[in-house]
Design a protein around this ligand. Sequence first.
Ligand code: PHE
Length: 337
Amino acid sequence: LRDDGIAQINQATDVNEITKEIKVNLLGKKGPITQALRGIKDLPVEKRPEVGSYANEIRDEIQNALDAKLTELENKALEAQLVAEKIDVTLPSTPVAKGHPHVIQSIIDEICDMFIGMGYEVKSGPEVEEDKYNFEMMNLPKDHPARDMQDTFYITKEILMRTQTSPMQARTLEKHDFSKGPLKMISPGVVYRRDTDDPTHSHQFHQVEGIVIDKNITMGDLKGTLEYLLHQLFGNKYDIRLRPSYFPFTEPSVEADVTCFKCDGKGCDVCKHSGWIEVLGAGMVHPNVLKMAGVDADVYGGFAFGLGPDRFAMLKYGVEDIRDFYLNDVRFLSQFN
Ligand code: PHE
């Protein structure tokens, strides 16, 4: 019985065979060993210990053989599974679509890098702004007619969506400690105007404000700075010119133009019929702006400018509709990756 049982166990090839059939056949209630152990009570008393211990011994041996075979089969199954499910981690994976900065953000980053290189700080300010900073401290009192130049989304009488990044001039001037050195700051961000959206207007767009205040800053410094900026962005072959203009917070005020050029996505060239493209507003900071921010306008002065990255992106890439930047159509945006 023992040899036969152990032979059966050794021939078994799968776990089920061991745990169900063979185990039940050999050690189950109706199996020969259980029967033998049950039959002991019918034997003469002096034979019982001998037969009993022999039957137990066989049962233990069979049990051990079963356990050993079971472990062996389980290990084999595990090994087979490991081989079958092996993953080659060195295989190239399926490519995952990666995002990239929005074209407007890239232009803003480019402009910021340029000014950081010239020692400016970059600051951001609130889009929900006080009338005080957006207008009053920018030399635009409540009844000033030039407020109409910037159609405004008011939230309350005193709170509005900023129409320009210029309030950051007042906010930084107010805090700046001139005993520690000049103020050189740029501030990029989103601004809002109550315009009807069309190819050249969006109720939400971007500006980058710049301001430099120190002793002895001249209009020549402004022109040099703008020329450097525009040459970096568009290329050295374009000229820039300053044209008189009006902003309540600068005096004198100018608009900067670059030589007319056209881009088609592949490259840009000077327009066939010569001309100029207006690209930004600037000027020498008005003494009232300095005074209202607590700066001594007899000692300090400087320039400020405000430019529109949306317009720059349109010029640079030949985009004809500003709204394309805000529709989030990846087919459009991924061109600028
Ligand atoms: N804030 C002005 C505008 O939005 C631009 C500007 C900024 C002009 C700084 C002069 C100086 O039109």
